[in-house]
Design a protein around this ligand. Structure first.
Ligand code: HSE
Length: 314
């Protein structure tokens, strides 16, 4: 048997409030690890999936056809693998159905690990389409706003019309992300099916303007403009009911001086962008607000240029 190669891929914040399905931010401090090694098999298989507690995962499947990591790795291996196959071990560090890009982190780590088995011949940007195959299976849609930041790190603009090209946005100086994960679950595929099919032109124009302003603010480092633009007038109102503590947590973040606060992906996680000096206090205020609703939670504070996926020494 050949040696295991380990790859780590971070959690991420999908949508970042202003850019539904097209803007994502890598999150420091949480991520999935996938180990890969060559086998005599002719395909990708999954040896084990372990959860946050290190135990075998109670419901994530080792069936290669229904596991995000193996689906992504198989897509890569079918195009680039040489003889034999690859066996994976998936160690989840991102909670499931958390809105923290859990399926994307597994898919990205698996593709990076499978590429690592071959000596990493492909640069990261050529791995994106393969990781997206895994995400598509999990969430039922082709959106790169978790996969792209998990793969590349930082803040990434990745509208479907530009894929496989993505745009790396500069992280505004002195701004950090705070995120809480309330102890709830939201199924992304289900949450996507529940969205309205059509929108008023007025709302569409408003959201377009906010996204354009936010991108400009990142380039100019204009923190006041970030505060003015970090809003979701279309998707958040439809989804916040799935997260009973949302309004209270958002109000706490705003009272603490957050530049903006919204759902992370389809929730239940809630993120805020903050001046870095305020970020820890805002994360604590969000946590307290969540607990005041009888819902447990954990929190992270992250820079806006968190690193993306990488091979790790074992
Ligand atoms: N953009 C996706 C959505 C992210 O909001 O449905 C899912 O985490």
């Amino acid at each position: 048997m050949s040696e295991w190669i380990a790859a780590f891929a971070p959690a991420s914040i999908g949508n970042v409030a202003v850019g539904f399905d097209m803007l994502g931010l890598a999150l420091e401090g949480a991520g999935d690890r996938v180990y890969a090694r060559r086998t005599d098999n002719d395909r990708v298989t999954v040896l084990e999936v372990r959860g946050l507690d290190g135990e075998l995962h109670p419901y994530l499947s080792t069936n290669a056809e229904s596991n995000t990591a193996s689906i992504a790795a198989q897509a890569f291996w079918s195009d680039h693998g040489d003889e034999g196959g690859v066996e994976l071990k998936v160690h989840k560090g991102v909670p499931l159905q958390s809105g923290m890009g859990s399926s994307a982190a597994s898919a990205v780590a698996a593709v990076v690990a499978a590429n690592g088995v071959l000596g990493s011949p492909l640069p990261l940007d050529e791995l994106l389409p393969y990781a997206l195959e895994g995400e598509k299976y999990a969430s039922g849609g082709l959106h790169a706003d978790n996969v792209a930041p998990s793969l590349f790190g930082g803040l990434v603009l990745c509208p479907q019309v530009l894929l496989p090209q993505v745009v790396h946005l500069p992280a505004p100086n002195g701004v950090s992300a705070a995120l809480i994960h309330p102890d709830l679950q939201v199924n992304t595929a289900h949450a996507r099916r529940g969205l309205a099919r059509s929108y008023a032109t007025k709302a569409w124009l408003e959201q377009q303007g906010l996204l354009a302003g936010f991108i400009a603010a990142c380039h100019s480092g204009d923190v006041d403009l970030i505060k003015k633009t970090l809003r979701d007038v279309i998707i958040e109102p439809q989804r916040k009911e799935n997260v009973p503590c949302f309004d209270v947590v958002k109000a706490a973040a705003e009272r603490g001086g957050a530049l903006g606060c919204s759902l992370s992906g389809s929730g239940p996680s809630i993120f805020a962008l903050c001046r870095t000096a305020d970020a820890r206090n805002i994360a604590s205020a969000m946590e307290q607000a969540c607990r005041s609703q009888g819902i447990g939670c954990e929190s992270w504070v992250s820079s806006m240029d968190a690193p993306g996926a990488r091979i790790e020494a074992i």
